[in-house]
Design a protein around this ligand. Structure first.
Ligand code: ADP
Length: 255
């Protein structure tokens, strides 16, 4: 059984198609990168998987179930830009939100919830700043807090939208190390990613997307100059660097 099965998905905004007949199947424990230019429909794909957007056609199954049945077990880390950082909340409050899905309305949080929050904050190295307001954090710290919220939820599937955009190297290393640990624990992780240079090191499967599925499969098979060209149409400044890497090594730069 697949962790995620997306079949023939078509999504429109005001009758304009943004995703066209997209299909792919993600095995359990995979770490997937979604690559594509701005406006390719990457965020829309995540939001549709989460059930925030209703597709015109197509089906989505998570471990054989509908998203409605499994949504408590799917964690989402939104794009940093889409979060209101002036919202009156501390680091602790945000991470505690990850526990609400486990409780019924008005049911008090338990000691185990507090423990899970502390554990999650430790993993992203943010426990010392637990009382700080979220607006008073660096971009990397903000991203780590949202990852801690996802960890506190203890999901089976993680969906992250550009978690490495605009953050410092130390935060990027902290996050990728954590994601790799989660993968080793059997969690399935899907990440919208913008950096083609790090993509082959970070992910074992890649989805090249530009409204349609351009390519999908194990990184070693699909990270090719041809697929990159087809997806970005040669508009990418780093393209020559990528092709140099491919020419000198004959394959993507893996660890
Ligand atoms: P990506 O994440 O790959 O940059 P998006 O999924 O954000 O792409 O957007 C895909 C296309 O859909 C873009 O052309 C964008 O302008 C459009 N779009 C995104 N959200 C909306 C919306 N809420 N209403 C109308 N159009 C939208």
């Amino acid at each position: 059984m697949y962790a995620l099965e997306v079949h023939n998905l078509t999504v429109t905004y005001h009758n304009t198609p943004v995703l066209w007949g997209v299909s792919f199947e993600v095995p359990k424990g995979a770490m997937v990168g979604i690559l594509g230019p701005n406006g390719a429909g990457k965020s829309t794909l995540l939001k549709t998987i989460l059930g925030f957007i209703k597709p015109v056609s197509g089906t989505i199954r998570c471990f054989g179930k509908t998203i409605e049945q499994l949504k408590k077990h799917i964690a989402y880390v939104p794009q940093k830009e889409s979060v209101d950082w002036t919202f009156p909340a501390t680091v602790w409050d945000v991470v505690m939100m990850g526990r609400y899905g486990k409780r019924k309305l008005y049911e008090p949080l338990r000691l185990e919830d507090k423990k899970a929050v502390i554990e999650a904050l430790k993993k992203v190295d943010m426990l010392l700043l637990k009382h700080r307001h979220i607006s008073a954090l660096s971009g990397g710290q903000q991203q780590r807090v949202f990852l801690a919220r996802a960890l506190a939820q203890d999901p089976i599937l993680f969906l992250l939208d550009e978690p490495f955009a605009g953050i410092d190297m130390a935060s990027e290393e902290n996050i990728i190390t954590l994601l790799k640990q989660l993968k080793n624990e059997g969690k399935t992780i899907i990440v919208v990613h913008h950096n083609l240079l790090t993509a082959p090191q970070y992910f074992d499967y890649l989805l090249f997307l530009n409204s349609r599925r351009i390519a999908w499969g194990p990184t070693k098979e699909v990270f090719t100059e041809e697929n990159i060209q087809k997806t970005y149409g040669g508009r990418l400044p780093t393209l020559s660097k990528i092709s140099t890497i491919l020419k000198t090594t004959g394959q993507p730069p893996v660890e």
